[in-house]
Ligand binder design. Structure first.
Ligand SMILES: NC(=O)C1=CN([C@@H]2O[C@H](COP(=O)(O)OP(=O)(O)OC[C@H]3O[C@@H](n4cnc5c(N)ncnc54)[C@H](O)[C@@H]3O)[C@@H](O)[C@H]2O)C=CC1
Ligand SMILES: O=C([O-])CC(=O)C(=O)O
Length: 346
């Protein structure tokens, strides 16, 4: 399909997805963080307390949240902070929320892959998304918990079963891959990272993370071996942090910054800003043929407003795109199968 025709089809599809805009209260939006006491949850909550447009910040975790909430509530910004701990408090945390961000779950230790987290995190995400379906079915949902390539399909299947699935409002957060790509490319080019923009497509694990360096702005023109090394560093960046933390978890502070940027983009789009573009991992076969894929999206008041065409790729990048398909497909099927044939609940 020609890019213009693909974009028009994508707009039509997005309009179907996003039935109605999220109601826009004049005083801002209610944001719930599930996993708010954790390594990501705490700094993310801090950044959200400082984010314009947040009217209510609801902190939920199975661990206590009262301390974090009390601490944040002293910061002089309009967001009202509330604490919700334990499964009985999930309803209050979620009821009527506009945006739900989920960093709940266990992080990697050295030697583990993100997929090694599946057995624990799949059930956590399923339970939390069941709550979203029940208490705030119109919310935008941003999933951070790994393995993102599988947890987003799990969320989608749970929402479908509850009749609450809106593919235009379900996102796997891949913003950290974009921040890393921008940072590392800027280092190589000797530029300010804020002036560099690299689209990152695919998924969020190893070879499924595909930074399209040849389509970066400004252009990243490097000899093949240096481009390969830069790509490998971006793909392995999560593992770089896991190794450096030596058993104390994975990226938390940079992830909080990435999720806060993504959340702020969602809130701006909900509020009517028509110029919000982010890469995220979403349920659509439009751009790649796979049922879930990360690609640049224009966000609008109702969720995804437009699937932007995939950036132009050079030969190596196209090969990498083809090479990742098997892994991504298997991770998606694993998530779908978890909901279709669930193991006994503990
Ligand atoms: N998408 C991405 O780019 C990234 C994803 N991650 C993932 O984010 C997740 C969280 O990482 P960290 O914050 O470092 O872990 P952490 O262990 O520091 O925090 C996780 C929090 O989740 C809570 N939690 C566990 N089960 C829960 C449940 N059923 N309901 C509510 N809360 C629950 C824990 O009590 C804890 O406070 C991990 O799965 C990690 O792999 C981490 C970095 C980047
Ligand atoms: O590497 C991990 O396990 C955490 C993560 O997803 C990242 O930092 O990109």
């Amino acid at each position: 399909m020609r890019p213009a025709a693909a974009a028009a089809t994508a707009r039509a599809q997005a309009q179907e997805l996003g039935a109605q805009p999220t109601a826009a209260p004049s005083s801002g939006y209610a944001v719930a963080v599930l996993g708010a006491s954790g390594g990501i949850g705490q700094p993310l909550s801090l950044l959200l307390k400082l984010t314009p447009g947040v009217r209510e910040l609801r902190l939920y975790d199975v661990a206590p949240t009262a301390g974090v909430a009390a601490d944040l509530s002293h910061i002089a910004t309009p967001a009202r902070v509330s604490a919700h701990s334990g499964p009985d408090a999930l309803a209050d945390a979620l009821y009527g929320a506009d945006l739900v961000v989920i960093p709940a779950g266990v992080p990697r230790k050295p030697g583990m892959t993100r997929d090694d987290l599946f057995n624990i995190n799949a059930g956590i995400v399923r339970t939390l998304v069941e709550g979203v379906a029940r208490f705030c079915p119109r919310a935008w949902l941003a999933i951070i918990s790994n393995p993102v390539n599988s947890t987003v399909p799990i969320a989608a299947e749970v929402l479908k079963r509850a009749g609450a699935f809106n593919p235009g409002r379900l996102f796997g957060v891949t913003t950290l891959d974009v921040l890393r790509a921008n940072t590392f490319a800027a280092e190589v080019l000797g530029l300010d990272p804020e002036a560099v923009s690299v689209p990152v497509i695919g998924g969020h694990a190893g070879a499924t993370i595909l930074p399209v360096l040849s389509a970066a702005s400004p252009p990243v023109q490097l000899p093949d071996d240096r481009a390969r090394a830069l790509m490998a560093r971006i793909q392995d960046a999560g593992t770089e942090v896991v190794k450096a933390k030596a058993g104390a978890g994975s990226a938390t502070l940079s992830m909080a910054a990435a999720a806060a940027r993504f959340a702020a983009s969602c809130l701006r789009a909900m509020g009517g800003d028509s110029n919000v573009v982010e890469c995220a991992y979403v349920a659509s076969s439009l751009v790649s043929g796979l049922p879930y894929f990360a690609s640049p999206l224009r966000l609008g008041p109702a969720g995804i407003a437009e699937f932007l065409p995939l950036p132009p790729m050079n030969g190596v990048e196209r090969e990498n795109l083809e090479a990742m398909r098997g892994e991504l497909d298997a991770s998606i099927k694993k998530g779908v199968d978890f909901v279709a044939n669930p193991p006994a609940r503990k």
